[in-house]
Design a protein around this ligand. Structure first.
Ligand SMILES: Nc1ncnc2c1ncn2[C@@H]1O[C@H](COP(=O)(O)OP(=O)(O)OP(=O)(O)O)[C@@H](O)[C@H]1O
Length: 262
C-alpha cells in the first residue's frame, strides 16, 4: 500500500436542502490514529460513514484503501474496514450471543444463521474478546449487556476481519466515568501497538481522546475548522471556534482537558 489509507478531496454531502458536509479534504496515512471532534450535528458521523464506504458523497472524490467510491464494489471494500457504531449496535438481534456477534463479522453479517466457522475464527473471536476485557461475556446475549460492555464487544467485532482501517463512532458515549477511563486506557494501549490498524475515532469530548492518538480533525457545521497533528490542532483558539464558545485547553500526562472560560 502506498501509505494513504483514506483520501477525501472536496467531499460534500447534501440531503434535501441541507448541507451535511462541505468541501472536506482529508488524508489519513497508514499507522495514523485520528480523532474527529466537533459539536452535535457537525457532520462527524456523516464523515465516518463515507470513510466506512457506507455513504457516497454528493460531490468530490473519496478513495478508501486505494479504491475510489463509485468505481469499486463496496461489498468487497467494506470487509477491509472495521466500523463500531451505535447504528450497527441497534440492528443486533437482542438474543444474539456475544461470541456469535464477533464471529459473524467474518461474513460482514449480523445474526448467526447456519454459517460454518473454523476453529481459527473461533479462537480469534475469543482472543479479541479477551483483549477487550470481555472474556466472561462470551456466552451472554448482547441484549443483556451494559452500555460499556456493548461498546467493548462492538470494538472486538470491528476488529474480527483484521481490518486495514478501524473506525470508531463515539466509542465512549453513554459510559460512566469508570467505563470511559477503562475504554480510553484500552484504546491508548491499542494506539501504541504498531500492529494495530490505522484508526479514526469520533467524539464530542477532548477528555475521551486516548494517549497516543496522533492527529485530529475539527468539524463545525459540516466544514473543517482545523486538521493536523493533535498538539497543533487542540489549541484554545481552534476548539473555541469549533464549539462556538471561549475555551481553555490543557494537556496532562498525555490526556486533554477543556473548559469554558469564565
Ligand atoms: N437525511 C438527512 N436530511 C437532512 N439532514 C440530515 C440528514 N441526515 C443527517 N442530517 C443532518 O446533518 C447534520 C450532521 O449529522 P451527523 O450525524 O453527521 O452529525 P454528528 O456530528 O455526528 O452529530 P452528533 O454529534 O449529534 O451525533 C445534522 O444536523 C443532521 O440533523
Amino acid at each position: 500500500m502506498a501509505g494513504e489509507v483514506l483520501q477525501l478531496r472536496g467531499v460534500g454531502v447534501r440531503r434535501g436542502g441541507a448541507t451535511l458536509l462541505r468541501d472536506v479534504t482529508w488524508t489519513v496515512s497508514e499507522g495514523e490514529r485520528w480523532v474527529v471532534l466537533g459539536p452535535n450535528g457537525a457532520g462527524k458521523t456523516t464523515l465516518l460513514q463515507i470513510a466506512a464506504a457506507m455513504l457516497h458523497p454528493t460531490e468530490g472524490k473519496a478513495v478508501i484503501l486505494e479504491e475510489e467510491l463509485g468505481r469499486t464494489d463496496v461489498f468487497e471494500l467494506r470487509p477491509r474496514i472495521g466500523l463500531a457504531s451505535s447504528s450497527i449496535a441497534q440492528q443486533v438481534p437482542a438474543g444474539e450471543r456475544v461470541v456469535d456477534l464477533v464471529l459473524t463479522a467474518s461474513y460482514a453479517i449480523l445474526g448467526r444463521w447456519q454459517e460454518e466457522y473454523d476453529s481459527t475464527d473461533v479462537s480469534r473471536a475469543v482472543s479479541l474478546l479477551e483483549a477487550l476485557g470481555c472474556a466472561d461475556l462470551m456466552r451472554r446475549t448482547f441484549g443483556t449487556l451494559s452500555e460499556g460492555e456493548r461498546k467493548r464487544v462492538q470494538i472486538a467485532r470491528a476488529l474480527m476481519p483484521d481490518p486495514e482501517l478501524l473506525l470508531l463512532d463515539e466509542p465512549a458515549a453513554g459510559l460512566d466515568l469508570g467505563g470511559r477511563e477503562e475504554l480510553v486506557a484500552r484504546l491508548a494501549a491499542f494506539a501504541d501497538d504498531p500492529a494495530a490498524p490505522t484508526m479514526a475515532m469520533v467524539t464530542h469530548h477532548v477528555e475521551e481522546v486516548p494517549e497516543g492518538f496522533t492527529h485530529a480533525l475539527l468539524l463545525r457545521g459540516g466544514e473543517i475548522v482545523a486538521q493536523g497533528k493533535v498538539d497543533e490542532v487542540f489549541t484554545a483558539e481552534h476548539l473555541s471556534d469549533t464549539f462556538g464558545l471561549p475555551l481553555t485547553v490543557e494537556r496532562q500526562n498525555g490526556r486533554w482537558y477543556a473548559r469554558a472560560v469564565r
